[in-house]
Design a protein around this ligand. Structure first.
Ligand SMILES: Cc1cc2nc3c(=O)[nH]c(=O)nc-3n(C[C@H](O)[C@H](O)[C@H](O)COP(=O)(O)OP(=O)(O)OC[C@H]3O[C@@H](n4cnc5c(N)ncnc54)[C@H](O)[C@@H]3O)c2cc1C
Length: 265
């Protein structure tokens, strides 16, 4: 097969190449998905985005802009990135993989296991596309809009956030990965991956909106969370186990985050 690897050095040249090659071409970032079995791409044209200047991490006021080609390990090493996001970046288990894969690739690839996404959702992250569009990550996960991602923007890094990930074994498959945030007005965001809210969909990173408006705690909160979930039996555990566990994890995270938010209000 004749494969083309193109290396544009301006955004306009990159967009033009994509327009010319259409569905034959894919954006190539770290290549950890595009180049690996079984997710290897059979596209004929790979457009590298390495030279587009999407590698900067910048803080303006409390707004953090992380370029799409920032490596996951760079997020962990950056002084500008909040600790909560570094912790979630560390959920990607191998340093080798963190050195190769990019933030934009992690968002665009929409893997069924996507360790960073619950925390990005809790932080109200926005997806900025190279053509000027910007939309909430939450909406992007619903609509799966096509386009070259330029950056991920976190509007307020001072937002109180916490996360927790339960795995089958130390470095094993995750059972559930959840993150929550609570702002100074008591507004809550609850996000998770690994456990679904519908039987008829594959698991995907999502917000648990039904829970976000609730002020409950204790058993009442755990029961409400359990009712919002529809887990399925799989290699990570039975549906009942996953719903029970997730209810406890999210309930504990909300309690912890509410206390943290009170401390800064
Ligand atoms: C051994 C191994 C283990 C893995 N384990 C995990 C894991 O535990 N968790 C996990 O989440 N993933 C895992 N992955 C998958 C992969 O590492 C992630 O999806 C990764 O973050 C992709 O980033 P990348 O920069 O390497 O993307 P690439 O492989 O370059 O691209 C991935 C996809 O995203 C698109 N893309 C990339 N950047 C952009 C952009 N800026 N704008 C628009 N589209 C873009 C590409 O066109 C492609 O469709 C694993 C992969 C391997 C090889």
């Amino acid at each position: 097969m004749n494969i083309k690897y193109l290396t544009p050095d301006t955004v306009s040249a990159a967009l033009e190449l994509k327009a010319n090659h259409g569905s034959q071409a894919v954006w190539f970032a770290g290549g950890s998905k595009l180049n690996a079995a079984p997710t290897r791409s059979d596209a004929g044209v790979f457009i590298s985005i390495d030279k587009l200047g999407f590698d900067r991490i910048e803080l303006q006021g409390n707004t953090l802009t992380m370029g799409a080609t920032s490596r996951i390990q760079e997020l962990i090493e950056s002084e500008l990135v909040p600790q909560s996001l570094k912790q979630s970046a560390g959920y990607i288990y191998s340093r080798h993989l963190r050195n190769q894969s990019t933030l934009g690739g992690e968002v665009a690839a929409l893997q069924c296991e996507a360790p960073l996404l619950p925390m990005l959702l809790a932080l109200n992250a926005q997806v900025r596309f190279a053509d000027g569009r910007e939309l909430a990550l939450d909406s992007h996960l619903e609509t799966r809009e096509e386009g070259l991602i330029e950056a991920i923007v976190v509007p307020d890094i001072t937002l109180q956030t916490v996360s927790h990930r339960v795995t089958r074994s130390a470095d094993g498959l995750r059972v559930v990965n959840a993150a929550v945030s609570v702002d100074g007005l008591g507004r809550q965001v609850v996000a998770l991956e690994g456990v679904n809210t519908r039987f008829d969909e594959p698991t995907k990173p999502m917000r648990l909106r039904d829970i976000e408006g609730l002020g409950f705690s204790g058993d009442e909160l755990e029961q409400a969370i359990k009712s919002a979930l529809h887990a399925v039996d799989d290699i990570c555990g039975s549906a009942g186990y996953k719903e029970y566990l997730t209810a406890i994890v999210i309930s504990d995270l909300l309690n912890e985050c509410r206390e943290l938010a009170k401390g800064v209000a």
